[in-house]
Design a protein around this ligand. Structure first.
Ligand code: SF4
Length: 424
């Protein structure tokens, strides 16, 4: 019997009749898992992987157990400000990944379908909205979102702000990457600081903010140092483990935990041997629950993901002179903002830096950000000589993806990479 599936079904069913009880049950499960990670860490993973698994688990537990101290944010909201405010940030994507990992997402997807939400809407948002409307995810202290990268936010956040009746804040990031845009965003971030002080009834000192931005920058420096080693070092990892980096560079940026993660990662990469098989540059999200992909990448000592553009871009070094301008610069210059040409160039440079054999872009079902960009990225990288595959799938809704098809396409792509490696 699949215990997680059974547990997920119980949580899902309970969520519809008694969401409080369902949340308690879910929390009990997550706390047990946290204890298990503490007593029996996954020895197949290096120290950074074991560490980050607990940090993210504890972040979710905290968000569910103490919603009065938590802020629901979209992934590109600068975590540094939340760290300085002493709040717990969590995102739509993180929570949905955990619910999908607990296998209770189906009931929320069904609920959203019944409520008339289109199936073409990103499943991370549908699962989250379903769980929030059912009451499984409790009302946070506030919501903060931005237009950066994700169009799903533009619907989910205003809708939830209304439903929850909590204060909300929106950060508008202009398309143009110039000083004017940075000043415009920095101005909004100064207002965000005041907003956080108001909702949290606690001042954020200039020194505290400077300190978290400096810490965030130290983490980015460690991260970039380990990237520069990747061409000769391939640590064992899992998709989940790699994706956790996304929470470290955005939601928890500037925290001691994020800094410690990058320190450990740097050490792990430094001592990892070079792998024998292909090295991949991964682009965008990762399908954490797609068996066909997991079977190939998780714990493999042969094939490796050398870097993920989402995470590498998130650990961007900042000018620290003014913390608001530093954070604004990180948002404005994100590869998910502005022209696709810059994102292509970034990925090409990253592929060269890690000496990637191929690129793999995961096109998550319903993500408008990637639908338009995927063929442009693929064609441009292939023209420059990087064999690139667009892998269609769904990171959260198994109904939108087929393991058989994914497996066949992925195997054919990897065989092609092997052939190329032999030729070279
Ligand atoms: S996959 Fe796309 S639509 Fe979904 S949360 Fe991520 S950026 Fe937004």
């Amino acid at each position: 019997m699949d215990i997680i599936k059974k547990f997920g079904e119980i949580v899902g069913d309970k969520a519809l009749e008694d969401p409080e009880k369902a949340r308690k049950l879910l929390l009990t499960g997550y706390r047990l898992q946290d204890k298990r990670l503490g007593f029996f860490p996954d020895k197949r993973l290096p120290a950074s992987g074991r560490y980050v698994a607990r940090v993210v688990m504890e972040n979710i537990i905290q968000a569910l157990a103490k919603p009065e101290e938590a802020a629901l944010v979209s992934i590109f909201v600068p975590g540094e400000l939340l760290m300085a405010a002493g709040m717990t940030p969590y995102s739509v994507e993180t929570m949905s990944c955990f619910l999908a990992g607990t296998k209770c997402q189906q009931v929320f997807l069904d609920q959203m379908e019944e409520a008339g939400f289109p199936e073409t809407m990103c499943s991370y948002h549908r699962v989250f909205l379903g769980a929030a409307l059912a009451g499984l995810v409790p009302k946070p202290k506030c919501t903060i979102y931005t237009n950066l990268a994700c169009d799903g936010n533009m619907m989910t956040f205003p809708y939830l702000k209304e439903k929850y009746g909590v204060p909300g804040f929106y950060i508008d990031v202009p398309y143009e990457k110039n000083q004017e845009s940075i000043q415009y965003v920095a101005h909004q971030l100064r207002d965000l600081k005041k907003f956080l002080e108001d909702v949290n009834k606690k001042k954020i000192s200039k020194e505290d903010l400077k300190e978290v931005v400096a810490k965030s920058n130290q983490g980015a420096a460690y991260y970039q140092r380990q990237i520069s080693l990747r061409k000769d070092h391939d640590p064992v990892s899992t998709l989940t483990n790699d994706l956790y980096g996304m929470f470290m560079c955005h939601l928890l940026a500037g925290s001691e935990e994020s800094l410690e993660y990058t320190r450990l990662l740097y050490k792990d990469v430094k001592k990892a041997p070079r792998g024998e098989g292909p090295r991949i540059l991964w682009m965008h999200m990762m399908p954490l629950f797609q068996e066909a992909v997991i079977d190939i990448f998780n714990y493999s000592s042969y094939i490796h993901i050398g870097a993920c553009d989402f995470v590498a871009d998130g650990f961007r070094l900042m000018e620290e002179a003014d913390p608001y301008e530093a954070l604004a610069g990180k948002m404005v210059h994100s590869i998910y903002n502005g022209s696709i040409k810059e994102r292509i160039q970034y990925n090409w440079d990253l592929a060269k830096e890690i000496d990637a054999d191929g690129g793999l872009l995961f096109a998550h079902w319903g993500c408008k950000n990637i639908i338009g960009a995927s063929s442009l990225v693929k064609n441009a990288l292939e023209e420059r000589g990087l064999a690139t595959m667009v892998l269609d799938g769904d990171g959260c809704d198994p109904a939108n993806t087929s393991d058989g098809q994914v497996s066949t396409r992925l195997q054919a792509y990897l065989e092609m990479l092997e052939e190329k490696r032999k030729e070279n």
